[in-house]
Design a protein around this ligand. Structure first.
Ligand code: ZN
Length: 246
């Protein structure tokens, strides 16, 4: 453990370009559950698979179910040691950017500026009618009404996150691809890398060191390609790395 952390700290210190790519495991230590692990959502006296509740087809018929789910899982949470360490590394010039599959906005809350959010950010809402955007904090109705509406046109609002059945934002994808292609050190954490587009993104990496931080083995190709694998919790590992770097 100690020597792995020293190795990682040394690579971060000496690498000309470092990129962090994270998944659900980065936020679980902040108390946000891995939604993919959930059984489903109870709605109208039956349990509906979460993939269905969070799909664009279902939303267009039952937006109220989507918002019920949102209010159930959106709790006040704080960034953890991993978010804080990554923000500090960026401000020290030791990290190019964060690419995340998470929708919680915790990297920005911790102070990161360069963040590519592959699946959007639920702290931001969009009007499905006129396209206006609002910070969640500006729409208290989101926590009160079945389906909150746009202050401008009264259209239905939705969280600005990518639903199942929707394409990812092309600008975000190309930004993430470019960052990974230019990286010399790539740290992949808290993701099993089996879900699109995570596994595919790694194919663009041609730098010196690939580091995986995940409690369990990831998809077999990535584990085989990794130069270093750390199984400890992500926040704990980053706190140890920061100690090593200070
Ligand atoms: Zn509107």
């Amino acid at each position: 453990m100690t020597s792995d952390i020293s190795t990682l700290a040394n690579w971060i210190h000496t690498s000309p370009s470092t990129v962090f790519f994270g998944g659900a495991g980065v936020s679980t230590e902040s108390g946000i559950p891995d939604f993919r692990g959930a059984n489903g959502f109870y709605f109208q006296e039956r349990t509906i698979p979460l993939e269905q509740v969070l799909s664009i087809d279902f939303f267009s018929v039952h937006p109220e179910a989507y918002w019920e789910w949102f209010r159930e899982v959106h709790k006040p949470v704080e960034p953890n040691g991993a978010h804080r360490a990554l923000a500090a590394l960026e401000s020290d010039g030791l990290l190019d950017c964060v690419i995340t599959q998470n929708i919680d906005g915790l990297h920005q809350r911790a102070g990161s500026n360069q963040v590519w959010e592959l699946h959007g950010n639920w702290e931001h809402l969009l009007c499905t009618a006129c396209g206006a955007g609002y910070p969640l904090s500006a729409i208290p109705e989101a926590f009160e009404e079945l389906v909150p509406t746009c202050p401008r046109c009264h259209g239905q609002l939705r969280p600005d996150i990518v639903m199942y059945g929707e394409a990812l934002n092309e600008e975000v994808i190309s930004g993430a691809v470019q960052a990974i292609a230019q990286a010399d050190l790539l740290i992949v954490a808290g993701t099993s890398l089996v879900v699109y587009p995570a596994a595919g993104l790694l194919n663009y990496f041609s730098g010196s060191h690939l580091v995986l931080m995940n409690a369990t083995p990831t998809n077999a190709d990535a584990d085989a390609d990794a130069d270093l694998i750390i199984r400890d919790p992500v926040a704990q590992s980053f706190e140890a790395v920061m100690k090593e770097l200070s």
